[in-house]
Design a protein around this ligand. Structure first.
Ligand SMILES: Nc1ncnc2c1ncn2[C@@H]1O[C@H](COP(=O)(O)OP(=O)(O)OP(=O)(O)O)[C@@H](O)[C@H]1O
Length: 951
């Protein structure tokens, strides 16, 4: 049509006006039908024409009398043309400037090459288009909604801007291997990094409870609202996934209503706004928070995969269709869920893992939280002295609770310390409850500033029971949102609500006049559930253990059936969205509340005999379940070790054991392992879990190997391992978050006991400072044989220290340095260490920025070495000259078995030296040269020498 009309223009208008551009009146005439069909909005045009006094109010009234949009446009065109060239020009100028409304005409405007005159440019154009207005409203409302951190209860809202701190955020691949840290939120949307599936559209952010997934979305929302997120998103729709559980099975909603009713409603012309969204899906950003919180019996397999944007259907189908890109294809989507939630791979574009606060993040957060420098120093000192608390602080939610408690005790009792009994997560939650309760108490009850937790709890026993009851009922039925009626019928009064454990949420059920509530955080609902099970005397064994059973049955179900909850058909009656972390938390708190150390607290709340009985039941159950869990684990026999590889769920078992603080249970667990090599790799263990690990491991009598590779452990975690260092012969902490401070702790502890033979620190955050501690350990610890410290941040300085230490060591067998930056200086120091070394057998200096200069030193030193058998120099910058030195060395050295020179800059000339040298060396089995500057053709010359591997 446009092309056709353009052709018309060329024949009818262009010729006579070849020297000057066509008149605007002429353009409006020629393109009349195009304009009539593409202009959907007349109001904005009228507003602008009136505003510039081109139209009178009568003109406007005439236009609005016409019933159809097309007729309105025709009338405007008639009027505009009749008013002359200037008005016609201004009319086109408005079309060009209000792009949101007249986007369909933009190609036409480009085609006619419309350039407004200076006079017209000076005329103001206002945008009264419904789409633009809606965008403004969205920005305003989303900005307002994201301003405060909502979990700070009703009374104590804090500005997001004043409390949000960066945390560790990593792009990972499908197997959760790191693809690098995300330093700026904008990078989440940048296709240059981290895309693991081109066809997927969803950025999947995952992490543990309280790690900051929701607040991250809030931050993104806030940046978008302030126009500080430049990703081309005009629309932003935020959904909390738990709302999808609120819809009945037979409920149906169309996409338009889902977007507008549950976010922000357009004041004008919703149909047009929706039409725009459908036309430009790539301008829409969705955030879906907490996929793990959907609980529904809705059978997704009963609906077709395709669904129309206009057809009413169950909201869950809309959600899934959006995520799959079946609806609004091309829109940007961020989905969050807790670690372990199964998400169908093909919807995922990027995977982002939240790991909580690093030590520096924690410092930043502390500075934001405690504006007073003195108070800040006090809390940091206290955390330093209490590693249990410190390691809990790597989870932002727990950190916030701890800080809030500290703040309270500081203000109430002028105490500079948290009560020293705070060791476990249960203790921390108990403190939080105490803080909330005591805020509402008359000061007389606080007995002249003498703190009594028991008394505070006693005074609000009924409130605690009522909250516990509603939490428990919800937990049993997977309900996290409570209607006003349920709250009232549980005898929760207005005063109880003021305590801040429950907060109001926007009504999801459509009846906005009624308040709906949820617990401040899901973990708090878990806590109250456990508290109820302890306080309710009628709760028998079955009730007490029901959530343990839920966890074990879900585990069994997961193994056998649905790994992809919303694609594979679940077992009849199974909830396809099931996630059981909140049950795990309930069990953990149950163990903590029933621990002996809390006996005093509960003395006034429950009959002591009842508590004792419950404790006995729980401990017996833990013992039994440990036995059955350990039956199913993978065991292997290694030289000197019996290895057991536990499942990630075993970490929950350890956490529960720790929470009991019962040494007998810890000892029993150690005994039941029947192993001395404990492999806890890929278990998603975080620093605070090291307390639990130590709690069990310190019961081992003899030397122990502990493999904690690929977890989320930082320096505080290392500190938590203090009780077991005296037993550790093997300690593997590769692919974690350890920095120089952690390296220092390892040096101080391991050098005390002199039994460690293997230290694994590959892929951490260690710099030259930490390398010096590791070097000291190598030097001072005569048992040490293996050190893996590759993929850290070690340069020549650290490299030299390590090399010098190795030179002095007579026990070191292997040093792994892959992926540091020791360069030639470091290489030379290693060369010195190798000269006449009595024992060092495996050496990797791969990917260390070593050039020929460093390579030559190594080759020369190896002429005087009788111990090294395998040497990796892969991915460096060695050329033919270096190859020549290695060739010379191979004529003399008769011990080296494998030489890896993969991915260097050696040409056929260098290979020739090496192959010649091999004629005089029968010891070497392989010189690997793949990825050097050798062609297939050239490689043929060395075919007869099988030990030279070029491809
Ligand atoms: N980056 C951060 N900066 C400051 N505070 C944070 C940060 N991350 C989390 N918090 C604190 O922790 C609380 C819990 O965080 P959030 O609700 O985002 O966790 P979550 O990962 O969504 O948890 P869940 O999976 O249990 O819903 C927040 O309300 C806030 O107080």
């Amino acid at each position: 049509m446009e092309g056709h009309l353009c052709a018309n223009l060329k024949t009818s208008v262009e010729k006579p006006l070849a020297a000057s551009p066509p008149s605007c009146i002429a353009l409006l005439k020629v393109y009349r039908e195009l304009l009539v069909s593409k202009i959907r909005h007349t109001q904005c045009l009228i507003d602008n024409l009136i505003n510039n006094e081109y139209f009178s109010t009568e003109d406007a009234e005439i236009v609005v009398q016409f019933p159809t949009q097309a007729d309105k446009v025709r009338k405007i065109l008639d009027l505009v043309q009749s008013k002359g060239e200037e008005v016609s020009e201004f009319f086109i100028h408005v079309l060009q400037n209000v792009t949101d409304a007249y986007y369909e005409l933009q190609p036409w405007l480009d085609e006619i090459g419309y350039q407004p005159s200076e006079n017209i440019c000076s005329k103001p154009v206002i945008n009264t288009d419904p789409v633009s207005r809606y965008c403004q409203k969205l920005r305003y409302e989303l900005g307002r909604d994201s301003k405060f951190v909502t979990s700070y209860a009703q009374r104590e809202e804090m500005l997001l801007e004043e409390i949000y701190s960066n945390s560790i955020m990593e792009m990972v691949n499908f197997t959760n291997e790191s693809l690098g840290e995300v330093c700026q939120l904008q990078a989440l949307f940048d296709d240059a990094v981290g895309v693991i599936n081109e066809d997927g559209e969803t950025i999947y952010v995952f992490g543990d409870a309280g790690i900051g997934k929701s607040i991250l979305l809030q931050k993104i929302q806030s940046l978008w609202a302030k126009k500080q997120l430049d990703i081309g998103a005009k629309f932003f729709f935020h959904f909390r996934c738990r709302m999808f559980s609120c819809f009945k099975e037979d409920e149906a909603v169309c996409l338009k209503d889902l977007l507008f009713r549950y976010n922000c409603y357009p004041d004008q012309d919703p149909t047009e706004v929706f039409h725009h969204i459908l036309q430009f899906p790539h301008t829409v950003l969705f955030t879906f928070d907490g996929f793990d919180e959907i609980y529904s019996n809705f059978d997704l397999s009963s609906v077709p995969e395709m669904c129309s944007p206009n057809e009413p259907i169950h909201p869950l189908v809309l959600l899934v269709s959006l995520l799959r890109g079946k609806l609004l294809k091309g829109s940007k989507k961020i989905l969050t869920a807790r670690t372990g939630t199964e998400i169908q791979r093909n919807i995922i574009r990027k995977k982002v893992l939240l790991r909580g606060f690093s030590s520096n993040n924690l410092k930043e957060y502390t500075a934001m939280f405690f504006k007073d420098v003195g108070q800040r120093t006090l809390i940091l000192n206290q955390l330093e002295a209490n590693p249990n608390l410190h390691s809990l602080c790597s989870v932002p939610l727990f950190c916030w609770i701890i800080f809030k408690c500290y703040e309270h005790f500081h203000s109430m009792f002028d105490s500079h310390e948290l009560p020293d009994c705070s060791v476990t997560l249960t203790d921390v939650f108990l403190l939080m409850i105490e803080v909330h309760l005591s805020r509402s108490l008359k000061t007389s009850l606080l007995k002249n500033n003498v703190r009594s937790q028991a008394e505070v709890f006693k005074s609000r026993k009924e409130t605690l029971l009522a909250l516990g009851k509603i939490a428990y009922k919800g937990m049993r039925n997977s309900i996290f949102i409570f209607e006003q009626e349920e709250v009232s019928s549980a005898n929760i009064s207005e005063e109880d609500l003021q305590l801040g454990f429950l907060r109001t949420v926007k009504g999801y059920s459509g009846c906005d006049d009624q308040s709906t509530y949820e617990f401040l955080h899901l973990t708090l609902q878990s806590f109250f559930t456990a508290l109820f099970l302890v306080m309710e005397e009628r709760a028998g064994n079955k009730e007490l253990l029901q959530f343990f059973n839920e966890c074990s049955s879900a585990e069994a179900a997961q193994r056998t059936c649905f790994h992809v909850p919303w694609l594979k058909k679940p077992l009849t009656g199974e909830d396809p969205f099931r996630n059981n972390e909140h049950f795990h938390f309930t069990n953990l708190f149950l163990c903590g509340l029933l621990s002996r150390s809390n006996e005093k607290l509960f003395k006034h709340l429950v009959l002591p005999a009842v508590i004792r009985k419950k404790r006995k039941t729980l401990i017996t159950y833990l013992g039994e379940s440990m036995k059955s869990h350990l039956k199913g684990v993978t065991r292997s026999r290694l030289p000197k070790y019996n290895q057991v590889q536990v499942q990630p769920n075993f970490v929950w078992m350890l956490r529960c054991i720790y929470e009991t603080q019962n040494e007998k249970v810890g000892k029993l667990a150690a005994k039941r392992m029947h192993a001395n090599y404990i492999k806890l790799t890929y278990c998603n263990a975080y620093s605070a879990d090291c307390s639990a690990i130590s709690f069990v491991m310190h019961h081992f009598q003899k030397r122990l190997a502990l493999d904690l590779d690929n977890n989320n452990i930082n320096d505080y975690g290392v500190k938590q391992l203090l009780p077991c260092f005296s037993k550790l012969a093997v300690i593997r902490l590769s692919v974690n978050q350890i920095t120089d401070h952690g390296a220092r702790i390892l040096y101080e502890e391991l050098s005390k006991y002199q039994i460690v033979s293997y230290l694994g620190l590959y892929n951490n955050q260690i710099t030259d400072i930490g390398a010096k501690y590791v070097a000291k350990l190598i030097e001072e610890c005569s048992s040490l044989e293996y050190v893996k410290i590759g993929a850290n941040k070690i340069t020549s300085e650290g490299g030299k220290c390590l090399a010098q230490a190795i030179q002095k060591s007579t026990t070191m067998f292997e040093i792994g340095m892959w992926g540091n930056q020791v360069g030639d200086e470091g290489a030379k120091a290693f060369a010195e260490a190798l000269r006449n070394h009595p024992r060092l057998t495996n050496v990797s200096l791969a990917f260390n920025g070593i050039t020929t200069e460093g390579g030559k030193s190594i080759a020369e030193a190896l002429q005087h070495n009788n111990s090294v058998k395998i040497f990796w120099l892969t991915k460096n910058e060695l050329d033919d000259e270096a190859a020549m030195s290695f060739a010379e060395m191979l004529k003399i050295n008769k011990k080296l078995v494998h030489l890896w020179l993969i991915q260097n800059q050696i040409t056929a000339k260098g290979v020739k030296y090496l192959s010649e040298a091999l004629k005089e060396n029968t010891a070497i089995k392989e010189v690997c040269l793949n990825g050097n500057l050798i062609s297939q053709e050239e490689a043929k010359a060395f075919e007869s020498e099988e030990r030279i591997v070029c491809f």
